[in-house]
Design a protein around this ligand. Structure first.
Ligand code: NAP
Ligand code: GLV
Length: 306
């Protein structure tokens, strides 16, 4: 059994060592052009040359949850694409989103500014009932996030392609229900995959349907958001701000207006990081299951795009 590791913008070495240790029966190496054919690959945004050369591959294991970069490549139809299935990401995402929602709801930025100015001041407590949070995408990450928000007694709405029934979450499904979902939501959390259907879905028409004083938390992909539309809606006062972890161009260019906008908080694509040990354990477990002819979770439907 041969495993190859091919990453863009990230050293493969610790993964090669970790995979080798976790799976001593396999021969694990970092890919280089012209390398011998492998059976399975562990990848992050590999170049097309890798796919074109590695013709013996059965499976591509993506070391992230989102497979949008991978599905842009020309892949043989028989090649199985497998995403990371949580592997320690959903708890991080729940932390990030709960932090963002609570920071906004409790006006902690305002308190920070006051205390930095040596001011001991109070703000009028706001009503939780007025801060319905809507989670777009109720998959591995979105479901965990929605459940975590419900613990804080926020009204929680959820939106997905197929119908869901989650305790404590008012669930909407299908494009026809998007307006109702948005109009019932004040704080919008995006956790959908980037697909042709969802690209640019956060735009002036959809964001304008959020309740007055709406707030956006985008933790999925930058290309979901039409960035200029967000600025217009914040500057017009319809939206009260945003916390953004993902951007159309990453790293966010230094000249980008998001860096200095007083109502936008930027983080560097860090809301849910890939945890190497958990991910390696999951990938090795899946390769062993495949060897035994067993079904595995996290196989991507290329037609659906996630
Ligand atoms: P997932 O398990 O595939 O769930 C996707 C959810 O989105 C599902 O509920 C799906 O509906 C829904 N959805 C897909 N297309 C839709 C559409 N057109 N309309 C309405 N709902 C739609 O994905 P996940 O693991 O939760 O991850 C979500 C995304 O988060 C990833 O694709 C990635 O881009 C992003 N991410 C970001 C970070 C970060 O650090 N910022 C980290 C990890 C992941 P169904 O349930 O009906 O299929
Ligand atoms: C990170 O963005 C991921 O898709 O895992």
């Amino acid at each position: 059994m041969k495993l190859t590791v091919c990453f863009s913008g990230l050293s493969p070495d610790p993964w090669v060592q970790g995979l080798q240790q976790a799976f001593p029966q396999a021969a694990v190496s970092a890919w280089a052009p012209g390398a011998a054919p492998a059976d399975h690959a562990i990848v992050w945004a590999p170049p097309q040359q890798f796919i074109d050369e590695q013709l013996g591959l059965q499976t591509l294991f993506n070391i992230g949850a989102g497979v949008d970069a991978l599905l842009q490549l020309k892949l043989p139809p028989s090649l199985k694409v497998v995403r990371l299935d949580d592997a320690g990401m959903s708890v991080q995402m729940a932390e990030y989103v709960c932090h963002a929602v609570i920071r906004h709801f409790r006006e902690f930025d305002g308190y920070d500014a006051d205390t930095q100015a040596g001011k001991w001041s109070y703000r009028k407590p706001r009503s939780r009932a007025d801060f319905a949070v809507g989670v777009m995408g109720l998959g591995v990450l979105g479901e965990r996030v929605a459940k975590a928000l419900a613990v804080f007694d926020f009204p929680v709405n959820g939106y997905s392609r197929s119908p869901k029934d989650l305790p404590g979450v008012r669930c909407f499904s299908g494009a026809q229900s998007l307006p109702d979902f948005l109009q019932a939501t004040r704080v919008l959390v995006n956790l959908m995959p980037l697909t042709p259907e969802t690209e640019n879905i956060l735009n002036k028409d959809t964001l304008a349907q959020l309740q007055a004083g709406g707030y956006l938390i985008n933790v999925a992909r930058g290309k979901h958001l039409v960035e200029e539309d967000l600025i217009v809606l914040i500057d017009s006062g319809h939206l009260s701000g945003a916390m953004l972890d993902v951007f159309r161009t990453e790293p966010l260019p230094l000249t980008h207006p998001f860096w200095h906008h007083p109502k936008i908080t930027v983080t560097p694509h860090t809301s849910a990081r890939t945890l190497r040990e958990e991910s390696i354990a999951q990938i090795v477990g899946k390769i062993q299951a495949l060897q035994l002819g067993q079904a595995i979770n996290g196989v991507v439907d290329a037609q659906r795009g996630y």
